[in-house]
Ligand binder design. Structure first.
Ligand code: SF4
Length: 508
């Protein structure tokens, strides 16, 4: 029987040109014999060998003093697993050829009996130990495959994040370290109070955090729960809201508190759909409350989030058309785990790092994903449709004083500054000041103009007001309420009306 040249070579200690240890294993596993194989000089054996003739001595005496060389050592190295550990695999470091029994003893006729005089059958030891080592090696290699990435991650934490963690997880990790501490934000591990979350989210509509905080704190002191707010007179709520702007929010706040108490037994509902059925709660606010107060997966899309998402994806479409696309992109990023924290995190990222005019990209956990940052022009996003020029409206306000009081009136419930107190005025109209403005004066008095113009900008137009003053009698046949001058500060006067007060008082 001839043995394959390749396998035989593996067994040629000292000059072995074996290609892999697996070949050696296969060789041993097949119990092939050396007796017909090439000898050490690479020549084909010249004659067949009788199975029962022990050729061992002949063969072993030939180059009998050859030790294991570097090549054999490499051959015996089953995997690229680092330096071989002889004792680990139980392979003796130095072998002599005569330590190896002829393979003919392993001919597939049964197990060869060790001949006397050979203290140990080292050839068997090699193959046996390799067999024994194989499961260990395979297991070790499996472990390396399984934990390879994790091991690298310990060494290179940053690249691990980039490689393994999703953008949402990276953002949450950033949030855990850098999230803002806000009065309405529950501490880690504390369940958020839906009333506080709702109150804050309503106040934060179109308004900055810095402007909201003092209002939020005053509201909480005065009305610490939804039942208290629902039971308060609306005038008191408007009074406390004065100066915060967008006064429809204050009216809706009161209406919503009443609906919660009346229809929901004082408990806020937890789904976006239910929340949207309440007064003053739109898509964004419902998503924010569902996520932050109830930890439900919901996609929040406010100004901060729009800015971050449009930069992250370099969305070329202009707002407001791009809104739908941005929502879809934001939705894909929103995780199932910790959606409440994620909502806070992406808002914080927009408010503190991805700011409108100077994004601090090196500090951003999404810098590697961000297309606008990679292009080097994040400030170009979000794209906005050209703004329409706001028209300017003009009108005349009438400041009527009598006995330490001033005449104020309440605006209609619906519309701009609905339900708020105002200094009586003529209609606000585009074009120049109405020359017949006196027709709108609350009383026939000797009106005189105040030097200066009050200007104010609303969402859709600029306003210019000229102011007329008069001193009169405190009559009851006028449209309005006489408010003591010293209580003006506490009256629920919207910002534009406060400007009139300042103009009049400043002129004295
Ligand atoms: S990398 Fe820069 S532009 Fe992009 S999301 Fe972060 S802060 Fe904004």
């Amino acid at each position: 029987m001839r043995i394959p040249e390749r396998a035989f070579k593996l067994f040629r200690f000292g000059s072995a040109k074996g290609r892999s240890f697996f070949a050696a294993l296969r060789f041993a596993g097949a119990n092939r014999s050396l007796h017909n194989g090439k000898l050490f000089n690479g020549a084909i054996a010249e004659k067949a060998v009788d199975f029962f003739d022990d050729q061992r001595l002949k063969m072993l005496q030939f180059k009998g003093k050859t030790g294991i060389g570097a090549k054999m050592e490499r051959c015996a190295r089953p995997f690229s697993f680092g330096e071989i550990k002889p004792d680990r695999f139980r392979v003796p470091r130095h072998h002599r050829a005569h330590h190896v029994a002829p393979a003919q003893n392993n001919l597939a006729l049964g197990k060869a009996i060790l001949p006397e005089g050979f203290a140990g059958d080292s050839g068997h030891k090699i193959t046996d130990s390799a067999h024994a080592a194989a499961p260990v090696v395979i297991f070790a290699r499996f472990c390396r495959w399984l934990f390879g990435h994790a091991i690298d991650a310990v060494k290179k934490r940053r690249s691990y994040y980039a490689m393994v963690m999703s953008p949402a997880q990276r953002l949450l990790d950033w949030f855990d370290q850098n999230g803002r501490s806000l009065p309405w934000r529950a501490e880690a591990g504390v369940e958020p109070d839906p009333y506080r979350v709702w109150l804050a989210e309503i106040m934060l509509q179109q308004t900055t955090v810095a402007a909201v905080i003092p209002y939020y704190e005053r509201f909480l002191v005065r009305w610490p729960c939804v039942q208290a707010l629902a039971g308060a007179p609306r005038e008191h709520i408007l009074e406390e809201w004065a100066g915060l702007g967008y006064y429809a929010r204050a009216r809706n706040l009161h209406a919503c508190a009443n609906a919660i108490v009346t229809d929901w037994a004082g408990q806020f509902p937890g789904t976006e759909k239910e929340l949207k059925s309440l007064p003053g709660i739109g898509d964004y606010t419902a998503a924010a409350i569902a996520a932050i107060a109830f930890n439900r997966r919901a996609t929040v899309l406010d100004g901060n989030v729009i800015r971050v998402i449009s930069r992250l994806n370099a969305v070329e479409e202009a707002l407001p058309k791009a809104r739908k696309k941005l929502f879809s992109l934001a939705d894909k990023l929103t995780p199932d785990l910790r959606p409440g924290d994620y909502a806070g995190a992406i808002m914080d990222l927009g408010a503190t790092v991805c700011t409108p005019s100077s994004p601090d990209c090196p500090l951003c956990p999404w810098r590697k994903d961000c297309l606008a940052c990679q292009a080097g022009r994040p400030e170009d996003y979000p794209k906005k449709a050209p703004r329409k020029e706001k028209p300017t409206r003009r009108g005349t306000a009438f400041w009527l004083e009598a006995g330490g009081h001033v005449l104020l009136r309440r605006r209609p419930e619906k519309g701009l500054l609905g339900g708020m107190l105002e200094v009586p005025s003529s209609p606000w109209e585009t074009g120049g000041f109405n020359s017949s403005f006196l027709a709108y004066a609350p009383a026939e008095e000797d009106w005189s103009p105040v030097t200066g113009i009050v200007t104010h900008t609303f969402t859709h137009f600029h306003l210019e007001l000229q102011v007329m003053t008069a001193m009169g009698e405190r009559r009851n046949d006028v449209d309005g309420h006489w408010v003591p001058m010293d209580r003006l500060e506490k009256s629920a006067l919207p910002s534009v009306m406060q400007k009139i007060v300042r103009l009049v008082r400043g002129g004295r």
